[in-house]
Design a protein around this ligand. Structure first.
Ligand code: SAH
Ligand code: SF4
Length: 333
């Protein structure tokens, strides 16, 4: 698929053609312009030649069919992964990638291990959602649709800021998929410039911050990028963001056995976050490299300490480990 040239191809067309083309792509979910019968034949041909709609994807499913992973091959043969999670409450969440690989090399993450290849275009980001929108339309009930999008796949969304924002506006737009901004979340490893910019966008999207440690020493061991963004500055950016947007921020905290899961670490985290408009999302780390998830009892204790200190905590349900579709396991092997 390549819709990045759409505006160029339609530039000599009357305005209503845009509407027709958008409706065909995003509402009718066509995969070939021949199906767009409202368009003149020559235009369909031109669009098919320049903006092909077919998506080259290979699908993997867990046995319970609740997690689906698509390995998409891009125009230049690079591959990316995108994941659909079917929640029991009816939400259908697509986890999208923002980059091919990632330059930040967090020790616990398989994407980091593969290094950085390139940023994704707006078309390549949105096509991940479109792939599953089409899939759901073909295989599920008429009421089912992609309800949520999270930027928690491969790469760091704030290091591809412009394209990620344009993709979000397209997914959110009434002429696009019409996914509510409040149903879209961006997860960042803590790129301060991005947090600042997002606070000025006037978009109701959700911000998630991958913290994983309550002090610089521990955080720097886990996430090399935190050397550039010390915790003091990061927390101050977080405070500013909350003040500007009045929106709750999700703090992602990966629990890695024997590394960042001590009771005193929980206390330090509680002290750091107390009184802030945040919810801590505890995630048992998925095994990558030597890292092992904290045992259930340790997680429980960690959670209890946070709660005792008045910090709001949730625990992330694990999706898709058996097909390497879980957080931090995406590596396009
Ligand atoms: N680069 C961004 C977004 C992609 S990673 C970020 O780091 O936030 C999305 C989430 O998956 C992050 O919270 C990340 O810390 C988490 N993650 C990475 N490796 C993981 C692992 N092995 N197990 C569980 N979660 C992991
Ligand atoms: Fe990149 Fe996020 Fe993985 Fe770190 S956790 S290497 S920032 S994708």
């Amino acid at each position: 698929m390549n819709i990045d040239k759409l505006s160029e191809i339609l530039s000599d067309q009357p305005a209503y053609r845009f509407k027709q083309v958008y409706k065909a792509i995003w509402q009718d979910l066509i995969d070939n312009f021949d199906q767009a019968t409202t368009l003149p034949k020559e235009l369909r041909q031109k669009l098919n030649d320049n903006c092909p709609l077919n998506i080259n994807g290979e699908l993997f499913k867990t046995d319970d069919k609740k997690t689906l992973k698509a390995l998409l091959t891009l125009g230049d043969e690079n591959k990316i992964e995108t994941v659909l999670m079917m929640h029991n409450d009816g939400r259908h969440t697509v986890c999208v990638s923002a980059q091919v690989g990632c330059a930040l090399r967090c020790g616990f993450c398989a994407t980091g291990e593969m290094g950085f290849k390139r940023n994704l275009t707006v078309g390549e980001i949105t096509e991940q959602v479109l792939f599953f929108a089409r899939y759901i339309k073909k295989n599920y009930e008429p009421d089912d649709r992609v309800s949520n999008v999270v930027f928690m796949g491969m790469g760091e969304p704030f290091l591809n800021y412009q394209n990620v924002m344009s993709a979000i506006r397209l997914l959110n737009s009434e002429d696009g998929l019409g996914i509510g901004a409040r149903k879209i979340s961006i997860s960042t490893s803590g790129i301060i410039e991005g947090i600042k910019k997002l606070s000025k966008e006037g978009l109701q999207v959700n911000l998630a911050l991958s913290l994983h440690a309550p002090n610089d020493k521990m955080r720097q061991k886990l996430m090399p990028i935190s050397k550039k963004y010390p915790l003091k500055k990061l927390i101050s950016a977080l405070d500013d963001y909350i003040q500007k947007t009045s929106r709750q921020v999700m703090i992602e905290y990966l629990l890695i056995k024997g590394i960042n899961d001590w009771p005193e670490t929980a206390q330090e985290l509680a002290d750091l976050l107390q009184g802030k408009l945040v919810v801590v999302n505890l995630i048992a780390c998925n095994p990558v490299g030597d890292n092992k998830p904290s045992p259930e009892a340790v997680i429980k204790k960690f959670k209890h300490i946070l709660e005792r200190n008045g910090v709001v905590v949730t625990q992330r349900y694990r999706f898709g480990r058996e097909i390497d579709a879980a957080c931090g396991q995406l590596a396009a092997k």
